[in-house]
Design a protein around this ligand. Structure first.
Ligand SMILES: NC(=O)c1ccc[n+]([C@@H]2O[C@H](COP(=O)([O-])OP(=O)(O)OC[C@H]3O[C@@H](n4cnc5c(N)ncnc54)[C@H](OP(=O)(O)O)[C@@H]3O)[C@@H](O)[C@H]2O)c1
Length: 299
């Protein structure tokens, strides 16, 4: 089986190179790949990559993910998150390829406290969420075989993410203020990649499994509790951190350029039921990420 992967250097993309490699030949591209265009700024370029490689499975792990910066670069965010996935989906439809794409809790408005289900109306609060939703819709309208996984609070030992930021700050400061009223589930890129490989195999076997799924680790936490857990895990692993206080603050006291949802809870029962998997508690993946970050001192 030939698998075309866009975004091999991202958090999820890096793990997918590993998890997809047991399924077949993986053509893994970054934005600067030379043999084939992997740059989502060029919808026609990435579409031509699909034509040239004619893969059985396409996975898009690259995206415009800079949530605050997207507010001042809406056109670029739309090209990467809407136009290129749409162009890839049209080619997937012509070749009969299965297209796998990742989306986000940020397509929802975060109201209430109930976990969102896949049939809930999306109502994004920011440019990133709007452009990701437009990408989801374009894929669904293209007529290809598709899987879309909406996930939340992704972390890994690579790229920019919350555990890295907290460990870096905890080495520098005695106290930290962390938002306590946004609730979600930190999800490891490793879990997403492994679950994706499993879902691809099952969907190729039974295309009725195509569809939209919420996919994140189980349990829930706030950014504040998450920060405490990160520091405690690092201490348990024998690392000394000068930070002694992690203060809870409301989002209103910590304004960001892009508005973020307060309730990022995602109900994953459809994914678990369809693919016969159980999703581990969020702490499991975070402990592995912290361990890796500390071993390589890469924060
Ligand atoms: N991070 C989160 O908390 C989170 C939460 C929910 C959903 N998601 C979704 O999960 C997916 C994976 O996210 P992630 O956290 O793994 O992303 P990430 O680590 O931020 O990586 C994004 C990748 O996109 C690539 N990229 C940026 N500009 C590009 C361009 N013009 N053309 C091609 N590639 C480009 C970069 O690749 P190069 O290095 O090759 O430039 C980068 O490696 C995305 O769809 C994201 O929307 C993420």
């Amino acid at each position: 089986m030939k698998i075309l992967l866009f975004g091999k250097n991202g958090q999820v993309g890096w793990e997918l190179v590993r998890s997809l490699s047991v399924l077949g030949e993986v053509i893994a591209l970054s934005s600067s790949s030379r043999d084939f265009c992997g740059n989502l700024s060029y919808p026609e370029g990435v579409a031509s990559t699909v034509r040239k490689t004619s893969p059985q499975v396409i996975v898009i792990a690259s995206a415009y993910t800079a949530v605050d910066k997207a507010e001042s670069e809406p056109a670029l965010a739309a090209t990467l998150n809407r136009d290129s996935p749409a162009a890839i989906a049209r080619e997937a439809s012509r070749f009969g390829s299965l297209l796998v794409h990742y989306s986000t809790d940020y397509v929802y408005d975060g109201s209430g406290s109930a976990p969102r289900v896949e049939t809930d109306d999306p109502r994004p609060l920011n440019v990133y969420g709007r452009t990701k939703l437009q990408g989801d819709n374009a894929i669904q309208e293209a007529g290809c075989l598709w899987l879309i996984f909406r996930t939340s609070w992704v972390h890994s030992p690579r790229n920019h993410n919350f555990p890295k930021t907290i460990l870096r700050l905890a080495k520098q400061r005695e106290s930290l203020n962390v938002v306590c009223d946004q609730i979600g589930a930190p999800t490891s890129a490793e879990l997403l990649a492994d679950a994706t490989a499993h879902a691809i195999l099952q969907t190729l076997d039974d295309p009725s499994k195509c569809g939209l799924y919420h996919l994140c680790a189980s349990g829930e936490t706030s950014w504040h509790e998450y920060a405490q857990f990160i520091c405690q895990t690092a201490r348990d692993l024998g690392h000394t951190l000068p930070t002694t206080k992690i203060e809870p603050v409301p989002s209103s006291a910590y304004p960001s350029i892009a508005k973020r949802p307060l309730n990022s809870r995602l109900d994953t029962s459809k994914f678990c039921r369809t693919f016969g998997l159980q999703l581990p508690p969020w702490q499991f993946g975070v402990q592995r990420t912290i361990n890796e970050l500390l071993i390589h001192n890469s924060f």
